[in-house]
Ligand binder design. Structure first.
Ligand code: RAT
Ligand code: ZN
Length: 418
């Protein structure tokens, strides 16, 4: 028989959950944003939103322009073309396109008129520093973790000069060149005063550790990170695996920092698309298992790019408490997949996960990435709490707020400190 009281009770629960999810601020643990002290490296505004590489690859589905002609255009011209193809000539139903509109709408701009020139005028009024505050408030985000690479020639000099940190922008030390193309970074490390050689002698390893220590301190890294291709193997005899084992992991243990792995990206499957040209492949997660099992004193965080890897990743995290899984990365950052992954993670791991990170490259994007994800996370939570309520276990408002805080950065924070 239907319980006639059930619906209003559950509607009240749903309203409480939605309110808690809306009101709980997020600590966004992986973005490509920059502290405003980095000047033009911090991207924001309508043109940067439109030339986001997620949209570039979508625009090329409709564009018949040769790639090099597109790249020769100015940013404004590229944005004009993308607007025309993805917004005017076709309805902007893809998640990345919808995201642009969510941002504009949240900022109080009129999207109905489809007037790009007027939109540009509205953005021209903002100063970056004030805009950061405005956008973070609109997104309900209190801190964003940057992706910081000493190998980036635009970024490195800013760190070397030093600057007063904006506390809202925390740092993560990104190591892709070091671990994926060791031979190419040897001369650079030598230029910077580290006595390394191509062969991984004890002296070279100790100099790499000195480099990691210098940079971890300089940027006050919250964690170290690398994205790896699907074929990544650990343990291994190649430079990357050796450097991880003998330099990165001991360094992380010494500094008490997690090592974040992002497996599954096939870089430059279409190099003509530049940043938009990367693809995805299925990863053999045995390597991650070997890391977690072989180095119980290390903490690992992971987000994996292939949808087909997600179930196995959850099972790994059930087996290894030194593994924290996070985010619906890149091609997974779509409503249908966020919903599937969030539900699966909660069912297998409870609240000991970080269901989302924004990966924002343009400041404004934190608005849409979090609005869209909050909606889905709330729906999944309502479903889970309703199932509990059916057993008689009713979560209090305080309990559900605690849970949401954990999902929005608290669980990761605890993992980092453990
Ligand atoms: O999501 C992205 O913007 C990608 O281009 C990558 O930067 C990815 O998130 C990464 O961190 O490698
Ligand atoms: Zn990223």
């Amino acid at each position: 028989m239907t319980n006639l009281n059930a619906k209003p009770k559950h509607a009240r629960l749903a309203a409480l959950v939605e309110k808690a999810v809306q009101e709980t601020s997020v600590s966004d643990i992986h973005t490509h944003l920059y502290d405003p002290a980095f000047g033009e490296l911090l991207l924001w505004g309508i043109d940067d939103l439109l030339v986001y590489h997620y949209l570039v690859s979508e625009a090329f589905r409709y564009l018949d322009l040769p790639y090099d002609k597109f790249w020769a255009l100015s940013k404004t011209q590229q944005a004009d073309l993308i607007w025309e193809k993805l917004f005017l000539e076709n309805s902007p139903v893809s998640e990345s396109c919808r995201g642009v509109l969510t941002c504009l709408h949240a900022l109080g701009l009129d999207v109905k008129k489809r007037d790009l020139v007027a939109l540009r005028r509205s953005f021209a009024k903002w100063k970056p520093q004030d805009y950061v505050t405005r956008v973070m408030a609109a997104a309900g985000v209190t801190s964003v973790c940057m992706t910081n690479s000493p190998f980036d020639d635009l970024e490195r000099p800013v760190w070397e000069r030093g600057f007063p940190r904006d506390e809202r922008f925390t740092a993560a030390l990104r190591l892709d060149p070091l671990l994926l193309s060791w031979k190419s970074v040897v001369p650079r490390l030598r230029d910077w005063g580290y006595g390394v050689q191509a062969s991984l002698s004890a002296k070279t390893i100790s100099e790499v550790r000195r480099f990691l220590a210098d940079w971890s301190r300089r940027i006050q890294a919250r964690y170290l990170m690398v994205s790896v291709p699907p074929e990544f193997q650990f343990p291994g005899k190649d430079d990357g695996a050796q450097l991880i084992e003998h330099a990165v992991l001991p360094h992380c243990r010494e500094f008490g920092l997690p090592f974040a792995l992002m497996p599954g990206v096939k870089r430059a499957v279409n190099p003509q698309l530049r940043l938009a040209g990367d693809g995805v492949g299925l990863t053999n997660l045995a390597s991650l298992q070997n890391l977690c099992a072989g180095f119980p004193e290390n903490k690992f965080a992971a987000t994996v790019l292939a949808r087909e890897n997600q179930h196995e990743l959850c099972i790994l995290a059930r087996k290894f408490r030194n593994l924290h899984i996070f985010g619906c990365w890149w091609f997974l950052n779509n409503p249908s997949l966020i919903e599937e992954m969030t539900r699966m993670r909660l069912e297998l791991l409870g609240l000991s996960v970080t269901p989302q990170h924004s990966d924002a490259r343009v400041l404004d994007q934190i608005i849409y990435k979090w609005r869209h994800s909050r909606k889905i996370i709330a729906q999944v939570l309502v479903e889970k709490y309703t199932d509990l309520a059916d057993t008689g276990w009713v979560v209090s408002e305080e309990e559900l707020r605690r849970d949401v805080r954990n999902l929005f950065g608290g669980a990761f924070e605890r993992f980092c400190k453990a």
